[in-house]
Design a binder for this molecule. Structure first.
Ligand SMILES: Cc1cc2nc3c(=O)[nH]c(=O)nc-3n(C[C@H](O)[C@H](O)[C@H](O)COP(=O)(O)OP(=O)(O)OC[C@H]3O[C@@H](n4cnc5c(N)ncnc54)[C@H](O)[C@@H]3O)c2cc1C
Length: 401
């Protein structure tokens, strides 16, 4: 049987991007997993939804207005930073995304609790064109698939094939890492579900993203142009499990009323425009990122809470780092050389650890109901908002510069 250079296990956004990036460098790549366009909904990058089977969509899921999102497709809208956009552009995926599937974010407002403290980030202050782009998850997977159809060195396979290097991009449910390589995961379950859907607002979004730290729940509204240009949002609502389950089971109008209460009417009335889907939220880290002949990338290596919208950005940065390390290797080093793969692991250890810590600290800081903590965090928000350099530094990290 033909021996490939790399077997990529897992065809989520990270696996597909890695296969494309390595194929473009002339490596012979086998990609294990089904095509999104041909696959069942559970294959469409819905990390963790399988374990929520039967409860991801409430009874009101079908009650969506005219130009709604395809039933069964991933309803998430990803916030992607400049580094991810650069990679996707090089992979010839970015420019082929439909215009309404990638919406620029110009401003972001982060609100604390009712004491009124808030943080404002703007592309203008940062001297950049946009803070991020909000991208339709299903459209991104489709475009990655389309690019793969023209990738000369990538072959889709339906069972593992011999390869010098195995890149495990199996997402949060990765079994190969544990079963075949004895990788252990440090996991912390937040006890929250991340509920996602699309909504259409009665007011235009003007490219402004909003986030409410409501203690204990966190709601993020991401400006989007699907299903309606200029007035749609993708949202992620991190809610304690029981509350999430009751909102998933609630009728459409009850759910919309809860959203209205959470946003305080700041963006006008919100109408549900898709199914509701949910993911269990965890912080997880693998104890090793590589070994002889294998390497971990994406959610298979690290899981972070989606409040900062960084999970896929981290995974795409993994792809870039691994390809750089492989391309720059000494001529005599083979792809399975553990010393080579450790260079990748070293490059990714600090950024992924830091992002996990940052999101975790924010969550813990905002989870507390104690009045003294609430006062401190409101003061903290005000301070950061006034401290130009700190804000600039925070924004630059999130932007991927
Ligand atoms: C609600 C929510 C909102 C989010 N918002 C953002 C955001 O705004 N910005 C951002 O950057 N990130 C965001 N994320 C994180 C982002 O979704 C993930 O980081 C990203 O999808 C991970 O991609 P992946 O390819 O590593 O894993 P996955 O998407 O899980 O793909 C893994 C694939 O591998 C397949 N697979 C599993 N086991 C095997 C096997 N043994 N063999 C072959 N194939 C296998 C699976 O079927 C799947 O298709 C969000 C996450 C959630 C839950």
């Amino acid at each position: 049987m033909e021996k490939f250079d790399v077997l990529v296990r897992g065809n989520g956004c990270v696996g597909r991007s890695l296969a494309l990036a390595l194929g473009a460098r002339g490596f012979r790549v086998a990609l294990l997993g089904k095509s999104a366009t041909a696959g069942a909904p559970a294959e469409i990058g819905m990390a963790g939804t399988a374990s929520l089977a039967g409860m991801t969509n409430g009874p009101a899921a079908a009650a969506t207005p005219g130009r709604s999102v395809q039933p069964g497709s991933d309803v998430r809208a990803y916030a992607l930073n400049a580094q991810s956009v650069r990679l996707l552009t090089r992979l010839r995926v970015w420019d082929t995304l439909p215009e309404d599937a990638r919406t620029p974010v110009h401003d972001m407002r982060v609100m604390g609790d009712r004491a009124g403290a808030s943080l404002h980030f703007s592309a203008w202050d940062q001297g950049v064109g946009e803070l991020a782009h909000i991208v339709d998850a299903a459209a991104l997977e489709d475009q990655l698939d389309a690019a793969l159809r023209f990738a000369p060195h990538v072959q889709r396979v339906s069972a593992p094939v011999p390869a010098t290097l195995e890149a495990l991009c199996e997402g949060r449910e990765s079994v190969t890492a544990q079963m075949q390589h004895g990788v252990h995961f440090e996991r912390h379950d937040y006890g929250h579900l991340g509920v996602a859907a699309r909504v259409v607002a009665s007011q235009p979004h003007h490219g402004v993203a909003l986030q409410w730290f409501r203690s204990p729940d966190i709601l993020g509204l991401l400006p989007f142009d699907r299903p309606e240009a200029g007035r749609s949002y993708g949202f992620v609502w991190s809610l304690p499990r029981e509350r999430a389950q009751s909102l998933l089971a609630a009728g459409k109008s009850e759910f919309e009323a809860a959203l209205m209460e959470a946003t305080g009417g700041q963006v006008g009335a919100l109408t549900l425009a898709s199914e509701r889907q949910a993911w269990p939220l965890q912080l997880a880290r693998a104890d090793r990122l590589c070994g002889p002949g294998w390497v971990l990338l994406g959610d298979a290596a690290h899981l972070v809470h989606p409040l900062a919208g960084q999970g896929l950005n981290l995974g795409l940065a993994d792809v870039e780092a691994l390809v750089d390390v492989i391309v720059a290797r000494e001529a005599w080093r083979t792809l399975d050389d553990e010393k080579l793969l450790r260079r990748y692991a070293r490059a990714r250890l600090t950024p992924t650890w830091a992002m996990g810590e940052l999101t975790d600290s924010l969550l813990r800081g905002f989870a507390s109901q104690a009045p003294v903590i609430a006062r401190l965090r409101n003061e903290g928000l005000r301070l950061v908002d006034r401290a130009g350099p700190i804000k600039k530094w925070l924004t630059a990290r999130a932007l991927g510069h």
